[in-house]
Design a protein around this ligand. Structure first.
Ligand code: 26M
Length: 818
């Protein structure tokens, strides 16, 4: 890749050392001899930052001058992971920086370990946003990512007696070298109050008289493209009390009240809500959503656009991409700005708004579709509620015109739902307002169109589309798996990191015994490296020669960690009962990583059970160490980067039709793990690409799931009909994993037996059979390695660069800026 000649203060080893020492002395205020590892980390990070700064300023200038159409990605979450190595890689500074630290006698690993990852997201949706902005920068597409600078990210998970205990994630305690606060660019964001009408030169207009406000202070973060000298911006908003708070209270002379009011305002960006489905309808959450969306839209209109910009041309300059429904309150906000503030006619404003938004849906679970009670929304944002009502009225009028007085259809399509209470259906609002609506994998988009929103698809033909998710190969292959990356580059040259389809050229190498040997050695080295990490981090041991069987993702019943666990219990039961000799069991280490939403009782109980099973299985001498269950706490991006490259087997076992896409599945395949998975989400596309011989498919398909529901699903029948399953369930129910206490895990067992919403029992036998195929395949290590190479070679489609090209072509129409 052509990179302009490296210039600037840090572009030679000498220059890097000088700039590093300058930062240490003049920015941190310490001499090297008295510096802490954290001082050195900061000075190091600042040196990388200095290098990128000129390019960042140049990109900001270019974007101001060219005034091309850009993407504003609106997302309540960005799960960035550590920045240092990524920014070094993007700058091409890794070697220079490493040598510079050697020259200074500094251990660069100690310094790396200082960085706290910004965990400003829950899981897939937040990580996807981080991958997307990386790809846009790498492709040179002008983009601003807008979001919230939570003071506390996703909680730190600990286990106490095997149960999840949450600790606050105080990631900002020591500050962050990657952020640039801009208090001078703070925006005032209003809430509450009432609306009124007034006479504006003979026209009756509405306006909002808010009750209180807060300041939104932007913090900018660099988003460097990979070796292309481009740097985009991520702008996260932090809430601060306005002086109007102080003033009001100052007048009343109540000091305590003044401080309380400040705290109240600043609560808005205090903490990330840790639910990744089943939204609770909390007022503070709606405040967060409006806070960042109003700040972002206002910022774009007033700062990115020139002062004399003709607002009717807005669709030529911007598309606001809605990452799920979380930013959908932006729709009535833009309408309010256009109609109330810029005095546009309603119809003109609506025509603009409908071209400026597009909506990505990330779920199919009905309980995850966000609704806000009219009561709450009307109290917090009265003018927005009025606007939503008007949008709905005009929309339903159009529906009536098309279909006549089909009251059933109208009730089903109304943006306002009536049960169990009157509420705004945010996904419907997004669908009506958005120029496009997309799902995140082929199957998901199809179900969205045909099952979830069929009436809308009928009414808005062509509005629905698919963009299959992707992941950035820079972080998840190049950085996470340097061994494999080196091997790939040796074989097919450079270029694949920005053109991932070129991995196809590896197919031929799958037939080369020497290459297979080298590939297997990389995998083995990655396992040893993971072993070192888990030992140091958690005191866990991975045994040599074990297959690594990995399931990492949020804990949710639909993802079916229980299915994996039932397989473990089945294997354990057959060993201790003597039905199978331990020596006949293929040695496996099963690794789980998962956080449960703090209020999700069943998920937490499942975590407890996984730990309890691990405790028993790992210490039972009859197992002879051939089966192990490890559950390192606090799975996060940093751990993922170590775990995924070491995995042999990737568990993607959701009930068909429930996992919108999955992105972990792609990361594993690209790192040479084989997948055991259902025909769900992007698994479908992975299997089609890698081929049936290189993928362990099991379980019901989505239509089969539907058919079983229609026939009437009785999980107890499956329990009765399968001896293995009965034994595994009975073993759990017997108290074998709870010191004889049968009550601890009883709720899990009876839920599976009598409810089992996600059909774990129905897919159990098929899963166990697939695991037997896995065992048999793993015995032939060389054939396994060949399959693993083919997984890598055929997964280039899953680059987030390709996802971005699809968004650009199907939705955004924003060319790269040259
Ligand atoms: C909503 C309201 C209140 C609090 C939290 C939320 C909320 C936060 C995150 C709801 C859902 C959230 O994320 C859902 C998510 O991560 N979905 C996943 O998106 C991935 C990227 O498209 C897909 O790969 C996964 O299949 C999908 O589950």
């Amino acid at each position: 890749l052509a990179l302009a000649p490296v210039t600037g203060p840090a572009s030679s080893v000498d220059g890097f050392v000088r700039q590093f020492l300058r930062n240490l002395n003049y920015e941190r205020g310490v001499p090297l001899s008295a510096s802490t590892p954290n001082d050195r980390y900061f000075a190091f990070a600042m040196t990388v930052r200095d290098y990128l700064m000129a390019r960042w300023l140049e990109d900001l200038r270019r974007q101001r001058v060219v005034q091309a159409k850009g993407v504003c990605y609106l997302s309540a979450e960005y799960l960035l992971g550590r920045q240092l190595d990524n920014n070094l890689l993007a700058s091409g500074l890794t070697e220079i920086a490493t040598e510079a630290m050697v020259a200074c006698g500094i251990d660069i690993e100690e310094l790396r370990a200082q960085e706290v990852e910004p965990g400003l997201g829950n899981g897939g949706l937040g990580r996807l946003a981080a991958c997307f902005i990386d790809s846009l920068a790498t492709m040179g597409v002008p983009n601003i990512g807008y979001g919230i600078r939570y003071e506390y990210g996703i909680f730190r998970q600990t286990f106490v007696d095997g149960q999840q205990v949450e600790q606050p994630d105080a990631w900002l305690t020591l500050g962050s070298p990657w952020e640039f606060p801009h208090p001078e660019a703070a925006r005032r964001i209003s809430f509450g109050g009432h609306t009124e009408t007034y006479d504006d030169a003979g026209v009756t207009r509405s306006r909002w008289v808010p009750g209180w406000d807060v300041l939104a202070v932007p913090y900018n973060y660099m988003v460097p493209g990979y070796l292309n000298g481009r740097v985009n911006t991520l702008r996260l908003w932090s809430a601060k009390a306005t002086d109007s708070f102080d003033l009001r209270v100052f007048n009343s002379g109540d000091y305590e009240e003044a401080v309380r009011a400040q705290t109240f305002a600043e609560n808005i960006s205090k903490v990330l809500y840790p639910e990744d489905s089943t939204p609770q309808g909390k007022e503070l959450r709606l405040q967060q959503q409006y806070f960042f969306v109003a700040a972002s839209i206002g910022d774009f209109l007033e700062h990115t656009l020139p002062a004399d910009f003709d607002i009717h041309k807005l669709p030529d300059r911007v598309i606001f991409q809605l990452n799920d429904t979380h930013p959908v309150i932006g729709v009535p906000e833009l309408m309010r700005v256009l109609v109330d503030e810029r005095k546009l006619e309603w119809d003109a404003a609506w025509a603009i708004t409908q071209q400026c938004f597009a909506y990505t849906c990330h779920t199919l679970l009905p309980e995850a579709l966000e609704v806000w009670s009219v009561d709450l929304l009307g109290r917090l944002l009265p003018r927005h509620l009025e606007i939503i009502y008007r949008i709905n009225e005009e929309f339903l009028e159009a529906v009536r015109e098309r279909y006549g007085d089909d009251e059933m259809r109208i009730r089903n399509m109304s943006i306002i739902g009536e049960f169990p209470e009157r509420s705004v259906r945010m996904a419907y609002l997004a669908t009506v307002a958005g120029a496009k609506v997309n799902g995140v994998a082929e199957l998901h988009s199809q179900l969205l169109r045909d099952k979830v929103l069929p009436d809308f698809n009928d009414f808005f033909p062509g509005k629905f589309t698919n963009v299959t998710n992707g992941i950035t190969p820079r972080r998840f292959v190049r950085l996470a798996n340097p061994g494999l990356s080196g091997l790939i580059t040796e074989a097919i040259g450079t270029g694949w990191l920005t053109d991932l389809e070129r991995l196809r050229e590896l197919e031929a190498y799958a037939e080369d015994p020497q290459f297979r040997q080298a590939f297997a050695e990389v995998k083995a080295a990655n396992k040893r490296r993971l072993g070192d990490v888990l030992r140091a981090r958690d005191g866990l041991e991975i045994s040599d020669g074990h297959m690594l069987d990995v399931m990492v993702k949020r804990l949710h019943e639909y993802k079916r960690q229980m299915l994996k666990l039932l397989h473990v219990v089945t294997q354990y039961g057959s060993i201790v009962s003597g039905r199978v000799a331990a020596s006949d069991v293929l040695p496996r280490t099963v690794i789980f990583g998962a956080k449960a939403a703090p209020g999700y009782a069943m998920a937490k109980r499942i975590i407890h059970l996984i730990n309890a099973v691990g405790e028993v299985v790992n210490t039972d001498p009859r197992v002879e160490g051939r089966l192990k269950v490890l559950f390192p706490p606090n799975y996060n991006v940093t751990l993922a980067e170590r775990l995924i490259p070491a995995a042999d087997l990737s568990e993607q076992i959701s009930l068909a039709g429930k996992e919108a896409s999955g992105t972990g599945n792609m990361k594993f395949a690209l790192n040479g793990a084989l997948t055991i998975g259902t025909d769900d989400g992007a698994n479908v596309e992975i299997r089609q690409l890698v081929g049936d011989d290189n993928f362990f498919l099991f379980g019901m398909s989505e239509p089969e799931v539907e058919a079983l529901w229609a026939r009437g699903y009785k999980p107890a029948d499956f329990y009765q009909g399968d001896e293995n399953l009965r034994r595994a369930m009975d073993l759990i129910a017997s108290g074998a994993f709870s010191g004889g206490d049968r009550s601890v895990f009883e709720p899990i067992v009876s839920n599976l037996l009598y409810d089992d919403r996600f059909m774990v029992l129905a897919d159990y036998s098929s899963y166990v059979a697939a695991q037997e195929r896995v065992d048999a395949a793993y015995v032939d290590q060389d054939a396994w390695t060949r399959s693993a190479i083919l997984n890598v070679a055929r997964s280039g489609f899953f680059s987030s660069d390709r996802s971005m090209r699809d968004y650009i072509e199907r939705i955004w129409h924003t060319p790269p800026l040259l």
